[in-house]
Ligand binder design. Sequence first.
Ligand SMILES: *Cc1c(COP(=O)(O)O)cnc(C)c1O
Length: 400
Amino acid sequence: MGAHADVRTAPRALATEAVHAGRDDLARQGLHAPPIDLSTTYPSYDSRGEAARIDAFAATGTEPDGPPVYGRLGNPTVARFETALARLEGTEAAVAFASGMAALSAVLLVRASMGLRHVVAVRPLYGCSDHLLTAGLLGSEVTWTDPAGIAEALRPDTGLVIVESPANPTLAEVDLRAVAHACGSVPLLVDNTFATPVLQRPAEQGARLVLHSATKYLGGHGDVLAGVLACDEEFAGRLRQVRFATGGVLHPLAGYLLLRGLSTLPVRVRAASANAAELARRLAADPRVAHVHYPRIGGAMVSFEIHGDPHEVIAGVRLITPAVSLGSVDTLIQHPASISHRIVDADDRRGAGVSDRLLRMSVGLEDVEDLWSDLDQALKRPDRGAGNCATSRNEPAPAV
Ligand SMILES: *Cc1c(COP(=O)(O)O)cnc(C)c1O
């Protein structure tokens, strides 16, 4: 018995957490696969007790003990995924949302409700995150700066600092520890979608909020749209209150698929990263390629500028899928200036290092030789449509 208790409380490695976190109660319940609870409401004959539970939620945002009252307050299947992700990121809690953008919106609403509408952010960010801040859709006001300018950009009403590392789509990296230091008492949000907790745990480096588009690597199979924030319990409470009031909840089936996705996350990320590193090496040695971006911390994303027309590469791939999004088991390629970052003003986009010749590739689990031969034949296509490309053909791609 004692031996059992020791095994359960000993610190566990990431690979172990990935397959066990959020499932610790299953064996004792006589289950192996986690149950999917699709209930929208939860019966109770004790309405005094329900009133107390709702009061407690309204005060602190702590999840009610026992059944959640109503699906918008919480869901047991989604809670398993939240528990598991918090373990992987090394935070007290995690709060899941219907998408990455719903998760980011909830953070902005939490801070705005405290009168802290000013955001300091570093470009590039994912195109829609950039757009949400720039357009001020949630009443926020943004100051764009580089990492060295963060401390100076802070104001008394600054509620948040946002960075992505490696960033979408240039894979630019920021020194998270230095940025966290520059933020002082202002919460730092790190979008960790590209790195995943397998390669980087921003909370250990001082980030108060770790954001994931769980649509990407956490789900990992291109069939779930989801977002999640890993953070301390106090911030998680506020996020749950916003989620309850605004309704951007995650569907329980998505929660189930995400928990299943997490169990293979370390294996998928390591295998895809090995493929990506090899493709980055071959691209860097290829005279048709002007510049390759591959992060120091590694990962399964590779971006590269080509001398020819990027639209021809997109039109030419056969095994690789020409599609936005990333983090699936199969390889995807897209042209950020046309798709993922189209919504960002062209000058802002180029200023952030997103050249019109940049292609972003999310490397999957295929055999690397098959991937290379597909890329190689797509890069061979004649430069027919150069007129469609916004930059002139002879202009050298900027080294970013
Ligand atoms: C896709 C993405 C988002 C947005 O997530 P959705 O799940 O599509 O809403 C945010 N940040 C990064 C880095 C992304 O790649």
